[in-house]
Design a protein. Structure first.
Length: 253
């Protein structure tokens, strides 16, 4: 069953469930958070590959899938969660508009406002998820959170590969990403999760897949701060996307 149909069924069932106390899924919120970072990565891939039509189509599909996630979350929202759901929807709409308008990709010039706005719109979605207090399902939440960390790192990798001033600190006041520290934290989290889910065949298979892909792109991370090191942004994008999709399939069977 495709995701659009599945989310529609979820929304419909929740709306007609009389007397049921709905609540947004913490895991699905984390998947939206990961998707926001994936959108930012896709924005910068357009710059790297010259507004490639396939990349633009993939970005549009990801944005549409994010809207489906939000539709499901809105249907799940308990009364005290509806404001968060509405804010998420508005933030996603802003991210959608910015992500598909990339002057460096379409016109060939670096627009710092666009780079700043892709940062602030992504961070707005991320912040809303982080502060959300939900009582809904949290199955495989820790694996979804691993995906968030990986997609955040991958999006910054793509940003800096696209343009030296496209990093997260542009327009946000944040510090430059410490790629070494981020990668080590992912290493530790992945090792812990592999141990935790050793007896869960589905989770174990997904984590093994992630481990394989991560081991390859991990080798390129130490060179991110060296302007003379060759970058592999498209391969990083492709592997990060595959990992995110496997996590999403696990969390939403």
């Amino acid at each position: 069953m495709n995701k659009e149909i599945r989310h529609g069924l979820v929304a419909a069932l929740l709306l007609v469930s009389a007397g049921a106390q709905a609540a947004m899924s913490a895991t699905e919120l984390a998947l939206v958070q990961a998707d926001a970072w994936r959108v930012r990565m896709g924005f910068h891939l357009l710059s790297i590959r010259g507004d490639n039509p396939e990349d633009r189509a993939a970005l549009k599909a990801l944005l549409a899938d994010g809207e489906q996630h939000l539709d499901a979350l809105k249907a799940q929202a308990a009364p005290d969660e509806k404001d968060t759901a509405a804010q998420l929807e508005a933030s996603w709409d802003a991210l959608d508009q910015r992500a598909l308008d990339n002057p460096l990709a379409s016109l060939g010039y670096a627009d710092y406002s666009a780079m700043s706005e892709i940062n602030t719109t992504t961070l707005a979605v991320d912040a809303l998820v982080r502060k959300a207090e939900v009582a809904g399902d949290a199955t495989y939440l820790d694996i979804a959170q691993l995906s968030v960390a990986m997609q955040r790192l991958a999006s910054e990798y793509a940003a800096l590969a696209a343009f030296p001033s496209a990093g997260l600190k542009t327009g946000t006041g944040l510090q430059s990403m410490d790629f070494g520290a981020e990668a080590r934290a992912i290493d530790e989290s992945l090792a812990s999760l592999k141990s935790k889910y050793a007896g869960d065949e589905q989770a174990r298979d997904v984590l093994a897949f992630i481990d394989q892909r991560w081991a390859f792109v991990r080798k390129s991370i130490p060179g991110m701060d060296d302007p003379n090191t060759q970058k592999i942004p498209y391969l990083f994008y492709r592997y990060a996307t595959q990992m995110a999709e496997r996590v999403s399939d696990l969390a939403q069977p």
